[in-house]
Design a protein around this ligand. Structure first.
Ligand code: MRU
Length: 335
């Protein structure tokens, strides 16, 4: 079954992306050739998910050089702006640094836009290919037909191809290894309820959505065989940042003796950091908790605590599936 939506496309000199803030009730695509509009889209989570943020940023950098009369100035302005959008997903910085290396290797700026666009397309293609390989490597974690629990959104709305954890689930479902997917709603922005449910639905995979706090009961009732999530940044020792609530799941899995896996491309591994204490965690505005679609549900003055991500210690992660291999604890990604 081929789904009838796509995350983003570069066509006719513009980036066309699906506005994820309106899903699942409206499927609106936005086209732009303005890098600043793409930076805003990343901040607003119109485009989100670690690898997809990187892909979008690569296209944004290329677009900032379209018709540029001062490529050097325009490159560094757009580079700094995009680098300031979201701090946690290392894929953003991976893509920006690839674009920077490419830019700095170009001596003749006459066709700089075309060359930079080629690099963005290359990054996009590589991420698509990683997704397929992650799916294949991920089959190894299934010992029998399983019920899977997942958190946040990890499909094509978050990454290249069919995504990370989602592509493992989809490939395993197509191979008759998945019976049912339990999707955490993922408070407060509901990536699970709005986006993962949308993708499971479109792909014909049996699922139900549960509140995040229901995960413990599902495990207690023996309904979960495996938990698989994505990641936004993985340290060299395997400590992994992902959507807030992922650490809770890993602790629950440990208690209930359920395997907990992460699926992510190697571009999510930050080879500069030894462990998770060095991961920059994004904090979001309290309004994202105190309002639903702009409707206030409590007074503005109520204080909140809003980390968007948490860090799961490596020893709670049974395995990390990348396009290269299935890595098992203890991790050592130094190469
Ligand atoms: O804040 P978001 O929606 O960008 O957070 C996304 C996640 O936490 C995903 O689980 C992660 O990026 C893995 S995606 C393939």
């Amino acid at each position: 079954m081929k789904a009838d939506y796509y995350n983003l496309k570069f066509e006719s000199g513009k980036l066309k992306y699906l506005d994820q803030t309106e899903l699942p009730l409206q499927e609106n695509y936005i086209s732009t050739d303005n890098y600043e509009r793409i930076a805003e889209a990343i901040v607003r989570l119109e485009v989100r998910g670690a690898p997809l943020i990187g892909i979008s940023a690569a296209y944004a950098i290329a677009l900032s050089l379209k018709n540029s009369i001062d490529p050097k100035k325009d490159f560094y302005t757009s580079f700094n702006r995009l680098a300031s959008t979201r701090p946690t997903a290392v894929n953003l910085f991976y893509a920006l640094n690839r674009m920077k290396e490419k830019f700095e290797s170009i001596t003749d700026h006459k066709s700089v836009y075309d060359k930079m666009l080629d690099e963005a397309v290359k990054i996009h293609k590589e991420e698509d290919e990683f997704s397929e390989k992650i799916a294949r490597n991920g089959l190894r974690i299934f010992k029998k037909k399983s019920n899977v629990l997942t958190h946040c959104n990890t499909g094509s709305l978050a990454a290249g191809g069919l995504g990370t954890a989602f592509s493992v689930i989809k490939h395993a479902f197509d191979t008759n290894l998945v019976s049912h997917v339990y999707a955490d709603e993922t408070r407060p922005l509901l990536q699970g309820l709005r986006l993962t449910a949308f993708e499971l639905d479109k792909n014909g995979i049996p699922y139900s959505v549960n509140t995040d706090s229901t995960a413990a009961v599902l495990m207690q009732q023996g309904k979960i065989d495996i938990v698989i999530t994505g990641a936004d940044r993985i340290a060299l020792n395997g400590d992994s940042a992902n959507k807030i609530g992922t650490y809770n799941l890993a602790v629950l899995c440990n208690y209930h003796n359920i395997p907990f896996y992460i699926a992510a491309p190697s571009t999510t591994i930050d080879r500069k950091i030894a462990n998770g204490t060095e991961i920059d965690i994004e904090y979001r505005k309290g309004a994202e908790l105190k309002e639903i679609k702009g409707l206030k549900i409590v007074p503005d003055s109520y204080p909140t605590f809003m980390p968007a991500f948490d860090v799961t210690p490596a020893h709670l992660i049974t395995g990390i599936i990348t396009e290269e291999d299935l890595f098992l604890f203890p991790y050592n990604f130094i190469k």
